[in-house]
Design a protein around this ligand. Structure first.
Ligand code: HEC
Length: 173
């Protein structure tokens, strides 16, 4: 009997090989997909973090989602956010806002501007308020490497809230 060998089978086989290659790479503990920013490594898996809040910047027409890792979400639930505990990390992902093609009165995220992070480690980042400050720019996630000084300076107005602007948005429970 002749085995069916068509485009689809070839495609599946190629996909399987790719998956094998990808899992092999992870097991071998290979370098993360993107180089560090300001000495902070790319936080693996951040795309799955939970939502802390959203914001809409009217002066430059951008939409933002603020995300937290498990440690940050636990800190919010338990009211331990001043100071935030070591291990907590917050992300802010920024997109240009554009009217929805289906409902123009709604603004939706369009082009990705950047994803940026505050990663709490009070001893490692003692010089910069206990936070590591990182940013990866654009869809290609190019690391910003100009140092954390500008980040910290702009977050100064909320130093008494451990340098964090975002107040968690209310969710029904
Ligand atoms: C021009 C001022 C300014 C600069 C510069 C700035 N930020 Fe922010 N950042 C803000 C403001 C205001 C917010 C909260 C409002 C918003 O944008 O959603 C914020 C929010 C954040 C948040 C979400 C947590 C929070 O504090 O609310 C992260 C993470 C963050 N910034 C990281 C950075 C990093 C990393 C840099 C430097 C690479 C940086 N920021 C530079 C003004 C700034």
């Amino acid at each position: 009997m002749r085995l069916p060998w068509n485009g689809w089978t070839a495609w599946m086989a190629a996909g399987g090989l790719l998956l094998l290659a990808a899992s092999g790479a992870t097991e071998a503990g290979s370098a993360p997909a993107h180089p560090p920013s300001n000495g902070v490594p790319w936080p693996e898996g951040w795309q799955e973090w939970a939502t802390v809040a959203v914001s809409h910047r009217t002066d430059n027409g951008t939409l933002r989602v603020i995300l937290g890792n498990d440690a940050a979400m636990a800190a919010i639930r338990e009211g331990r956010t001043n100071p935030w505990p070591d291990g907590a990390a917050l992300a802010k992902v920024v997109w240009k806002a554009a009217p929805s093609a289906d409902w123009p009165a709604a603004e939706v995220p369009e082009k990705l501007v950047h994803a940026e992070f505050m990663v709490k480690d009070s001893s490692r980042w003692a010089e910069t308020g206990g936070w590591g400050w990182a940013r990866w720019v654009g869809e290609e996630a190019a690391p910003y490497d100009e140092g954390p000084a500008a980040c910290v300076a702009c977050h100064e107005p909320v130093r008494d809230r451990d340098l964090v602007f975002t107040r968690p948005a209310p969710f029904p429970r």
